[in-house]
Design a protein around this ligand. Structure first.
Ligand code: PRX
Length: 661
C-alpha cells in the first residue's frame, strides 16, 4: 500500500433525490420499485445466494444444468459448477430461437459523416449477428484457433469488434481486447503474457477526424514479439498499410468465403471467457481472468436492474465506453444482448465534428438509456449548455455514470441539463476485476444523493473496514471490502497466482480488497474516496504510477522519475511526473515533449504526463522511499516549487511539514 493512505475528506451532501414518481409509468414498470423491495431482495440474496442466483441463472439457457450454485474456498470462487452454457448463445442464438431474429441487436453510428453531415448507420439484427459470428468463428478456426486459445483483438469501435468477441465466445476461444489507444509496446507485452498468436485488427480507426494506424501498430508489435503468427485485418479507413504475406489475412475475403454455420461450443461455467489487462500498483498490467457462467448471469442481471431494461418498450441503450475497457465488455455487449434491448455503438469522439455530437446521436436514435463517465460530463459542462439545448433529449429515461468519483456539481448538471430533472442517475461503482456493478442505485427504488454510489447490488456484501477487517462506524473513512464471493468476480491474474492472492486477498484478511477507500454514511450509503494504492485514475482510465515511472525512466536522459496524481478540472486526476536528468543535461521544453512522446510510445497517449517537473534529486525518506505525499502537494499547487527544484529545497520543505520519518 502507498506510504500515505489519506482518507480525510468528508464530503457533506444533504440533497436527496427520490426516484421520480412517474418512473415506473414512463419506463414500462420498474423491476425493483421501492427501497423496501430492494432491501428485502438484498437480504434474501445474501441469506440464500444459491436460491437467488439459481433463479436468475434459470432465466438464461444452459446446455446442461449446474449441480451447485457456488463454491467458495477463499480466495477461489466457482459458480454454477458443472453447468454447460455459451454466452454467445445467450446473447445471439437464443434471441433468434425465440423468434426475435429480426430485431435490432446492435445499432452503430460512424464518426465520419457524408457531405450532408449525415453519419453512416448500421443496424445488425440478432439473425445478422448469428450469421456473422458463425462466419468469423469459422475463419478463426481456419487460422488454427482452438478452444482455450487466446485471441488478441486491437480494433476501433466498429460492429466487427463486438462480432469478434462473440465469435471467440462461440468457439470457446479466450479474447484479450486491447484498447486502440495503447501502443505497439503494450500490444507486444500483452501478447507475450497471454501467449497469443492471433491478432484481429483494422487498417485504422477514426478518432476526431484522423486515422489511428492500428495495423501499423500491430506491425510494430510483431517486431517486438515473435509470438504473433496471424493477423486478420478489417478494412475500415482505406488507409495505406504494409502487408506481410503468410502472416496477414484480409478479414473481408475470409469472412465472405466462410460457412455461416457454427454451433455454439458448450462451455463449462468455469471455462475462461476473456482476459482483460489492467494496471496495478506494481509491475506490468495484469491479465484479469473472467470465466463464463457467473460473468454471464451477473452482467445479465445488473444490466437488467441497474438500467431497468425492458425488451418490448422501444428502449435504445447507449454506453459511450470503448469495448477495450471492461465497461464496454459488460455493458455494451455481454450484459445487454441477453436483455434484448438494442445497444448503440458510436465509433468516435464526443466533439467531432462539433461538441453537440453526443446529443445529436441521442436525438437521432431516441436513446432512452445513456451511460458515460464523469470526465465526459465535466467536458460537456465546460463546452456549454447551448450544445445540449439545441437537441430534443426527451427520450432519455435513465442516466448512468462510471469509472471515477463524480463531483456533485457534475452530478447535478447531468441531472438538470441532460436529464431535465426527470431521469434517475445511477452512479455505478465497480472494476475490471468485479466484472459488473457492485455499488449502485436502482433507478426505480433508490433515492440518490449526488456523489454517492449508494447501496450494494444483490449478492454483494460490501463494508468499510480497517486493515484487520473490522467494520468502521458511520462516516469514518476506511478501506472498501467485499466479504462474500459474487458470480462475476475475477478468477485470477493470468499466470500469476501469487500476485492475485497478494493484491486482492491479503490486505484485509479473508476479504476481497478492491484498492479503494470509502466511507459509509448514516443511511448506509457508500462514498468512494478514490484509490489508496499506487494506482491513479486519469479521466476514468486506470494507470499504475510505477508503470508510468518505468516508462519515463527508460528514456536515455532520465535517471529517476516519480509519478503522482494531481487534481484536474476535466480528467479528475492528471499525471504529474518529477524527473531527475542524467549528467549535466539541462531541462527544456523539448526534453519535456520528448519524455511525453516516449511515454506514449511505451504505454499509449492516455499515460502522457500533464506536468513534468525537473529536480536535481527526488525527495526520499531516510529508508529510501520516495515522498509521494510531498510531491502530490507540490503538483496540486499546495506548495510552490520552481522548474528545477533542488533536493535541498525539497528536504527543507519536507522537514518544515514534518513529512520525514
Ligand atoms: O477507483 C475506482 C474507480 O475506478 C476503479 C476501477 O477502474 P477500472 O478497473 O478501470 O474500471 C472502471 C470501470 C468499471 C475503481 O477501483 N471507479 C469506478 N467506478 C467508480 C469509481 N470511483 C468512484 N465512483 C464510481 N462510480
Amino acid at each position: 500500500m502507498s506510504d500515505s493512505v489519506e482518507i480525510t475528506s468528508v464530503l457533506k451532501e444533504d440533497r436527496v433525490f427520490p426516484p421520480p414518481a412517474d418512473f415506473g409509468a414512463r419506463s414500462g414498470g420498474a423491476h425493483v420499485g421501492s427501497l423496501e423491495e430492494y432491501r428485502a431482495m438484498h437480504k434474501r440474496s445474501l441469506d440464500d445466494p444459491a436460491g437467488f442466483w439459481g433463479e436468475v441463472a434459470s432465466e438464461l439457457d444452459w446446455f446442461e444444468p449446474w449441480t451447485e450454485v457456488c463454491e467458495w474456498k477463499l480466495p477461489d470462487a466457482k459458480w454454477f459448477l458443472g453447468g454447460k452454457t455459451n454466452i454467445c448463445h445467450n446473447c445471439v442464438d437464443r434471441q433468434v430461437d425465440q423468434g426475435h431474429g429480426d430485431q435490432v441487436a446492435i445499432l452503430w453510428e460512424s464518426e465520419t459523416t457524408d457531405s450532408q453531415g449525415a453519419p453512416e448507420i448500421r443496424r445488425l439484427t440478432y439473425a445478422d449477428l448469428k450469421r456473422e459470428t458463425a462466419k468469423l468463428a469459422n475463419v478463426l478456426e481456419g487460422l488454427g484457433v482452438k478452444k482455450g486459445d487466446v485471441v488478441t483483438i486491437y480494433m476501433g469501435m466498429v460492429p466487427e469488434l463486438a462480432i469478434a468477441i462473440l465469435a471467440c465466445a462461440r468457439i470457446g476461444a479466450v479474447h484479450s481486447v486491447i484498447f486502440g489507444g495503447f501502443s505497439s509496446q503494450a500490444i507486444a507485452d500483452r501478447v507475450e503474457d497471454a501467449d497469443s498468436s492471433v491478432v484481429l485488427t483494422c487498417d485504422g480507426s477514426w478518432r476526431r477526424g484522423t486515422i489511428i494506424p492500428l495495423k501499423a501498430n500491430v506491425d510494430q508489435a510483431c517486431k517486438l514479439s515473435d509470438k504473433i503468427k496471424s493477423v486478420l485485418v478489417l478494412t475500415r479507413c482505406q488507409n495505406a498499410i504494409e502487408w506481410q504475406d503468410g502472416r496477414d489475412h484480409r478479414w473481408g475475403e475470409l469472412v465472405a468465403d466462410a460457412s455461416d454455420v457454427r454451433p455454439c461450443e458448450p462451455m463449462d461455467s468455469e471455462d475462461m471467457l476473456f482476459l482483460l489487462y489492467t494496471s496495478g500498483s506494481t509491475g506490468k498490467p495484469k491479465g484479469i481472468v473472467h470465466t463464463t457462467g457467473g460473468y454471464m448471469v451477473y452482467t445479465y442481471l445488473t444490466s437488467k436492474l441497474t438500467f431497468n431494461l425492458r425488451p418490448d418498450e422501444d428502449q435504445v441503450y447507449w454506453c459511450t465506453a470503448d469495448i477495450g475497457w471492461i465497461t464496454g465488455h459488460s455493458y455494451i455487449v455481454y450484459g445487454l444482448l441477453p436483455n434484448r434491448v438494442p445497444t448503440l455503438m458510436y465509433e468516435g469522439a464526443p466533439n467531432h465534428p462539433a461538441p453537440n455530437r453526443f446529443w445529436d446521436i441521442v436525438e437521432r436514435h431516441k436513446v432512452t438509456h445513456f451511460y458515460t463517465a464523469p470526465t465526459a460530463i465535466r467536458a460537456f459542462m465546460k463546452w456549454g449548455d447551448e450544445h445540449v439545448e439545441k437537441h430534443d433529449l426527451s427520450s432519455l429515461q435513465v442516466l448512468g455514470t462510471v469509472g471515477e468519483p463524480i463531483n456533485p456539481e457534475a452530478w447535478i448538471w447531468y441531472r438538470d441539463v441532460i436529464g431535465a430533472g426527470r431521469c434517475p442517475i445511477v452512479d455505478t461503482w465497480w472494476q475490471t476485476e468485479t466484472g459488473g456493478h457492485m455499488l449502485t442505485p436502482l433507478p426505480g427504488a433508490t433515492p440518490t444523493v449526488p456523489g454517492s454510489c449508494t447501496l450494494p447490488f444483490f449478492g454483494i456484501d460490501a463494508a468499510v473496514v480497517d486493515q484487520d477487517g473490522n467494520e468502521l462506524p458511520a462516516n469514518t473513512g476506511g478501506l472498501l471490502a467485499i466479504r462474500k464471493p459474487w458470480p462475476s468476480m475475477l478468477r485470477g491474474i493470468f499466470g500469476d497466482r501469487e500476485r492475485f492472492v497478494e493484491t486482492y486477498f491479503t490486505k484485509i484478511k479473508g476479504m476481497y480488497f478492491p484498492g479503494d477507500g470509502a466511507r459509509r454514511d448514516e443511511r448506509g450509503y457508500f462514498w468512494i474516496m478514490g484509490r489508496v494504492d499506487d494506482v491513479i485514475n486519469v479521466a476514468g482510465h486506470r494507470l499504475g504510477t510505477m508503470e508510468v515511472e518505468s516508462a519515463i525512466a527508460s528514456h536515455d536522459s532520465v535517471v529517476e522519475a516519480a509519478v503522482v496524481g494531481m487534481p484536474h478540472e476535466i480528467k479528475g486526476t492528471a499525471i504529474a511526473a518529477f524527473v531527475t536528468l542524467a549528467g549535466d543535461l539541462e531541462p527544456s521544453d523539448e526534453l519535456r515533449q520528448a519524455l511525453r512522446d516516449h511515454v506514449a510510445q511505451a504505454i499509449g497517449a492516455i499515460a502522457k504526463p500533464d506536468m513534468i517537473r525537473f529536480c536535481d534529486a527526488l525527495p526520499k525518506t531516510r529508508s529510501g522511499k520516495i515522498m509521494r505525499r510531498l510531491l502530490r502537494d507540490i503538483a496540486a499547487g499546495t506548495d510552490s516549487g520552481q522548474d528545477v527544484t533542488t533536493l535541498e529545497d525539497l528536504t527543507v520543505l519536507a522537514r518544515l511539514r514534518g513529512d520525514e520519518e
